[in-house]
Design a protein around this ligand. Structure first.
Ligand SMILES: Cc1ncc(COP(=O)(O)O)c(C=O)c1O
Length: 305
């Protein structure tokens, strides 16, 4: 039919194929596929092992003080607009002080970038480093969003294994074999999703030494920071900020059981100012100029004493 649906050529009909390819690697995609294979009414009960939302369980509730602070901010009507410099600074200061409690040095508010959950922190770091020709080391098993964003940003992904016999530690020999002069970073997840393991101080120290030797950055996804059930205490990677430059990614999503509040951060742990000298710092801040802020009333709540 002339001029009809079938013959019409829309100029926008071929969107960027990389978007669909990255979406295929997301957690949601895998879950949808798995659920598609399940028979919920079958004889065997379905045990969901993929629930990453603590608030879905009634025994996990956030602090009443936090709820009260958000309610106060909303009722006041003063936090319905874009965040002011003061609100933003107070929230960055609160995150810097909170993280500094576990570090042998103090982070300043300037070392903290605020993001909409840890997901946007991942997106930010992958955007800053992603370009054709570079590669990044990701854990296997890992968290699919790291890979999806790395691939979307045109990085080659190289997987290093986590070793089950050694409590899912990083296979550091494999890391040395995988890295080359185009390797920009190694991503670690600690406490680990999906394995639930927690790395010891000694193991984190070895990761820092290896990254330093290979000249690469450590990106530590610590969204589960302090959520540990075994006897190994959580040690933030930032403790090794003297050994190697690193970025720690975090959020209030898990520890405070409020993933829907969408508040996260990137902490720049760079005691030797290497990230500043190499313009990474500048690039991270520039990228944040392009993206939205977390909700203003949550920013206010974070910086509220
Ligand atoms: C390892 C890891 N990183 C990041 C995220 C995303 O965190 P957020 O909900 O704060 O965006 C998750 C969520 O489950 C996760 O497991």
């Amino acid at each position: 039919m002339e001029g009809g649906r079938s013959s019409r050529r829309w100029r926008f009909a071929s969107p960027n194929p990389a978007v669909a390819a990255a979406g295929e690697r997301s957690v949601r995609r895998y879950l949808l596929d798995l659920h598609g294979c399940l028979d919920e009414r079958g004889p065997r009960p379905v045990i969901p092992l993929s629930v990453g939302d603590p608030s879905s369980c009634p025994s996990f509730r956030t602090a009443p003080e936090a709820v009260e602070a958000v309610a106060t901010a909303l009722r006041s009507g003063e936090f319905d607009g874009y965040p002011s410099r003061d609100t933003n600074l107070a929230a960055r200061r609160a995150v810097a002080e909170y993280l500094s409690c576990d570090l042998p040095y103090k982070l300043s508010p300037d070392d903290v970038l605020l993001t909409s959950g840890c997901t946007q922190a991942i997106e930010t770091v992958m955007s800053v480093f992603g370009q054709p020709g570079v590669n990044i080391l990701l854990p296997r098993p890992g968290y699919p969003k790291h890979e999806a964003h790395a691939v979307f940003h045109k990085m080659e992904v190289r997987h290093y294994d986590l070793v089950p016999e050694r409590g899912w530690e990083v296979d550091l020999e494999a890391v040395e074999a995988l890295a080359d002069e185009n390797t920009v970073a190694i991503v670690i997840i600690n406490p680990n999703n999906p394995c639930g393991s927690v790395y010891t101080y000694e193991h984190l120290s070895k990761i820092a030494d290896t990254a330093n030797k290979l000249g690469m950055l450590v990106i530590a996804d610590e969204v589960y920071g302090h959520l540990v059930y075994g006897s190994t205490p959580f040690v933030p990677m930032g403790v090794f900020g003297e050994t190697v430059p690193l970025l720690t990614l975090g959020a209030i999503s898990k520890r405070w059981a409020v993933p829907g509040w969408r508040f996260g951060w990137i902490a720049i742990c760079d005691q030797k100012c290497i990230l500043k000298e190499t313009k990474v710092f500048h690039s991270l801040r520039s990228f944040r100029m392009l993206t939205g802020d977390p909700a203003t009333f949550v920013l206010f709540m974070t910086g509220y004493n």
